[in-house]
Design a protein around this ligand. Structure first.
Ligand code: FEO
Length: 418
């Protein structure tokens, strides 16, 4: 375990902390190799910058490392690329110890900083893309990269060394005291896992961030977690570009909205309803309706499809007062993609009470989907009227997708008859 700062370049040091025993990060992320909380010290002729800090439990290690490369009264700048607690745990104490330091954060980080330090009376400088800090012969330039993966996130570029301090971007949870990517064990699985779970839901923002990063000369990328990427740093940028690209070529994307129907059916009743939903949807020009039986599919490729879809519809029987497990499995796998504001709906056959439809609708709303059309449930074998309702469900969803849904004028007499 490294117990000393590590030189990255003359006057540039890693001063972070290793956490090799960690196995679960932020409650949900597995990490077989622990993680690191990377912080950096950059020395110029007239000033010293500290870039990010560490999780609170590791503050002592951070200060021990810092004190070996700089005095507190030399520190002129504290840069926070991201305000999550794993990078700001030592901030309050650092601010107390380094009274000459100016704090630099992104514009969107301001409210978070006030919440973090529980104070409205704070001195700091909000920065945006292109703003700089002069350290004397060394210049830090900020890149505003929001939602990678929080609203506040930014990257900081050291111009003269062509080094990018990237925050969580290009990071991973992988602890190896050898620290540099050409010396540590194979961490590629962790890099991919981190992207899939942290960055993937924000892939439009990833693309926007890459637009800023790709034109830069890059000698090294210094992320906030995991190995420092000094060997072939651009390959990691290229990998992000690949990962953020649409996963599948969608031949209909330019001319049609995408409506996906996922169903599962014990006796063919919910399947018949699914067909009717599809038939109703595809009557609307400009909509491509697709039907999938969850019994014959794996979750991961369906998640890929859902990521790029405009509307998702779930058909589930009700068994023991609940929707069936394959439906919940798919719904619970959607945290890794951005599905907010897509359209959603539900339908299904039931034997006794038929709770599944409302339960799935509630879940869709909880995931921030819009559920504009009430779902359809049918007792056992759907009759013609219920199949017609399913057809109408698909049709109305398709009309919502294409903007054809006419505003319904409600007659007051309808309300009085309710
Ligand atoms: Fe490593 Fe988003 O904090």
């Amino acid at each position: 375990m490294t117990d000393s700062p590590v030189a990255i370049a003359p006057g540039v040091h890693w001063i972070g902390a290793l956490d090799p025993q960690l196995r679960i990060f932020d409650v949900i992320l597995k990490t077989a190799n622990g993680t690191t909380y990377n912080a950096y010290c950059v020395r110029g002729e007239t000033g010293v910058a500290i870039i990010d800090t560490v999780k609170a439990e590791f503050a002592d290690t951070f200060f021990e490392h810092l004190e070996q490369v700089a005095r507190y009264d030399e520190i002129t700048a504290i840069v926070l690329n991201h305000l999550e607690p794993d990078h700001t745990g030592a901030l309050p104490e650092l601010m107390r110890r380094a009274p000459n330091a100016r704090l630099y954060i992104s514009v969107k980080a301001q409210t978070m900083l006030k919440g973090l330090l529980k104070s409205e009376d704070l001195e700091y400088t909000p920065v945006n893309t292109g703003d700089t800090v002069d350290l004397g012969g060394r210049t830090l330039t900020f890149l505003n990269t929001p939602f990678l993966h929080w609203p506040d996130t930014q990257c900081t570029y050291l111009n003269e060394e062509a080094m990018l301090f990237s925050g969580d971007v290009f990071g991973c949870h992988f602890c190896d005291s050898r620290l540099f990517n050409d010396r540590v064990g194979d961490f590629r699985f962790s890099f991919e896992y981190y992207y899939q779970h942290i960055m993937r839901p924000f892939r439009e923002h990833v693309r926007a961030g890459l637009d800023l990063i790709e034109p830069l000369e890059l000698s090294l990328i210094a992320p906030a977690h995991g190995p420092i990427l000094r060997d072939a740093p651009r390959s990691y940028v290229q990998r992000y570009r690949q990962l953020a690209a649409p996963l599948l070529h969608n031949e209909a994307a330019d001319r049609a909205k995408t409506l996906l129907i996922f169903y599962i059916s014990s006796y063919g009743n919910t399947a018949r309803m699914a067909l009717a939903v599809r038939d109703g949807a595809e009557e609307v020009e400009g909509v491509r309706a697709s039907l999938y039986d969850l019994q014959g599919g794996e979750v991961a490729p369906f998640v890929d499809l859902i990521e790029e879809a405009d509307c998702i519809v779930f058909g589930s029987p009700t068994i023991n007062g609940d929707a069936v497990k394959p439906i919940w499995d798919l719904l619970s796998s959607l945290a890794v993609v951005n599905i907010k504001d897509k359209l959603g709906a539900a339908f299904g056959s039931y034997g006794w009470t038929g709770e599944a439809v409302a339960m799935v609708e509630d879940r869709l709303r909880g995931l921030k989907l819009r559920v504009p059309v009430r779902g359809v449930k049918a007792k056992l074998i759907p009759n013609e009227a219920e199949l017609a309702q399913c057809w109408m469900l698909g049709h109305q969803l398709a009309e919502h997708l294409t903007g054809r849904n006419a505003r319904r004028v409600i007659d007051m007499s309808e309300l009085l008859n309710v």
